[in-house]
Design a protein around this ligand. Structure first.
Ligand SMILES: NC(=O)c1ccc[n+]([C@@H]2O[C@H](COP(=O)([O-])OP(=O)(O)OC[C@H]3O[C@@H](n4cnc5c(N)ncnc54)[C@H](O)[C@@H]3O)[C@@H](O)[C@H]2O)c1
Length: 323
C-alpha cells in the first residue's frame, strides 16, 4: 500500500509518517506548511507542499503516487481561535475533508483514517469516557471534529471506503527533540513557557471535584499515538477491511494538573509552586479515556508513561526555545 499523510510535516503527522515508514509502509506527505516543518520528515518521504483544500492537487497526488490509503491529520487545531473564527474552522476542517473525500472516492482509494479528538465529548459526566459516551463538543473546533467523523462515516458507506476515526486524548512528548511540538497551546509547553520566562506555572482552578481540586486529563505519548496509527493502518490494509471504527486513543489513566506540574518540577529542576488562578470557562473537571476498545480492535495499548512524555517534551523545548 501507499499512504498519503496530510499534515505530514506537523507535530503528530511527522511522528506518524516516520513510524509508518520505519515499519515498511510506503508514505507520501502533503502539507501546506502553515504550521508544518519540512525538516521533521526524514529523507525518503516525499513532501508535497499544498493544501487539502485543493481538489485538483489532491487528484493529481493520489494518481501520481498510486495512493491506496489516506491518513488525514491536516487541520486547524486551536480551540480559542475556532471560537473567534468559526467559519474558517468549518471551511478548513470540514470543507477540506469533504474535498479530500471526494478526491479519494473518485480515485478509488478504499482506506481512510481520520484524526479526531477527545474534544468531541465536551464535558461528559463519566469516570471513564467510552466511545458510546454522548458527544457534546464545547467549541467550533470540537464541532468540526465531530462533523468530520459523521462525514467520514457517511462517505465510507456511500463509496465503500473502510474508515477509522481515532479520538486522541492529550498528546504530549516527542520521539526525538527535533520532532517536538513547537506551539504553546497545551499544558506542558505552557508550563515550560512560564518557567523559561522565570515565572511560576499557572493552575486554572483548584476547587474542582477531583482528588487535589485540579483538572484531571489523560496524557498520551505521541510515539504511542503514532503506533496506534500504524495499528489502524494495518487493520485497514487487510483485504477484508470494511465498515467503520471510532476509537479512543488514551492511556486510561488520569493525571491532575497539580501532579503534572510537580513532575515537570522534578524533570526541569524548577520546582517553584504554581499560582492558582480562577477556573477557565469550558474546562471539564475530568477527561480520561476508556482504552479497552483500542486494545480489542487494534491490539494496541500505550507503553510510555507521563514522565517519559515530560522528559522528551523538555528536551524538545530546550532545543527550540532554550531553557
Ligand atoms: N495535538 C493534540 O493534542 C491533538 C489532539 C487531538 C487531535 N489532534 C488533531 O491531530 C491533527 C494534527 O495535529 P498536530 O498537533 O500535529 O498539529 P500541527 O498544527 O502540528 O499539524 C497540522 C499540520 O497540518 C498542516 N495543515 C493545516 N491545514 C492544512 C491544509 N489545509 N492542507 C495541508 N496541510 C495543512 C499544518 O501545516 C501542520 O503541519 C489535527 O487534525 C488535530 O486536530 C491533535
Amino acid at each position: 500500500m501507499t499512504w498519503l499523510i496530510t499534515g505530514g510535516a506537523g507535530y503528530i503527522g511527522a511522528h506518524v509518517a516516520r513510524a509508518m515508514a520505519d515499519a515498511g509502509e510506503r508514505v507520501v506527505a502533503l502539507d501546506d506548511l502553515s504550521a508544518g516543518v519540512p525538516a521533521r520528515l526524514p529523507e525518503g518521504i516525499p513532501l508535497i507542499e499544498g493544501s487539502a483544500l485543493d481538489g485538483g492537487l489532491l487528484k493529481r497526488v493520489l494518481g501520481e503516487h498510486a495512493v491506496t490509503g489516506v491518513v488525514h491529520l491536516a487541520a486547524r487545531k486551536q480551540v480559542g481561535e475556532s471560537v473567534a473564527e468559526p467559519t474558517r474552522y468549518y471551511q478548513e476542517n470540514v470543507g477540506g475533508l469533504a474535498t479530500l473525500l471526494e478526491a479519494v472516492a473518485e480515485a478509488g482509494v478504499r482506506r481512510f483514517l481520520f484524526s479526531s479528538s477527545a474534544a468531541v465529548y465536551g464535558n461528559p459526566d463519566a469516570d471513564l469516557i467510552t466511545e458510546d459516551t454522548p458527544c457534546a463538543p464545547l467549541s467550533p473546533y470540537g464541532e468540526t471534529k465531530l462533523a468530520g467523523e459523521w462525514l467520514v462515516r457517511a462517505a465510507g458507506r456511500a463509496h465503500g471506503i473502510a474508515t477509522v476515526c481515532l479520538r486522541y486524548f492529550n498528546v504530549a512528548g516527542a520521539a526525538a527533540p527535533e520532532l517536538a511540538d513547537t506551539g504553546v497551546f497545551n499544558v506542558i509547553p505552557m508550563v515550560f513557557d512560564r518557567l523559561t520566562r522565570d515565572e511560576a506555572p499557572r493552575v486554572f482552578g483548584d476547587d474542582y471535584p477531583t482528588p487535589d481540586g485540579t483538572c484531571v486529563r489523560d496524557y498520551i505519548h505521541v510515539a504511542d499515538l503514532a503506533d496506534a496509527h500504524l495499528a489502524a493502518a494495518r487493520r485497514l490494509a487487510a483485504p477484508e477491511a470494511t465498515g467503520d471504527l471510532t476509537v479512543n486513543i488514551g492511556r486510561g489513566e488520569g493525571v491532575s494538573v497539580r501532579e503534572l506540574i510537580e513532575l515537570i518540577g522534578e524533570v526541569t529542576g524548577d520546582r517553584r509552586p504554581p499560582l492558582v488562578e480562577p477556573r477557565r470557562p469550558g474546562d471539564a473537571p475530568r477527561a480520561v479515556a476508556a482504552a479497552g476498545l483500542a486494545a480489542r480492535e487494534l491490539d494496541w495499548a500505550a507503553r510510555r508513561g507521563v514522565r517519559e512524555m515530560v522528559e522528551s517534551a523538555w528536551a524538545g523545548w530546550r532545543l527550540h526555545h532554550g531553557g
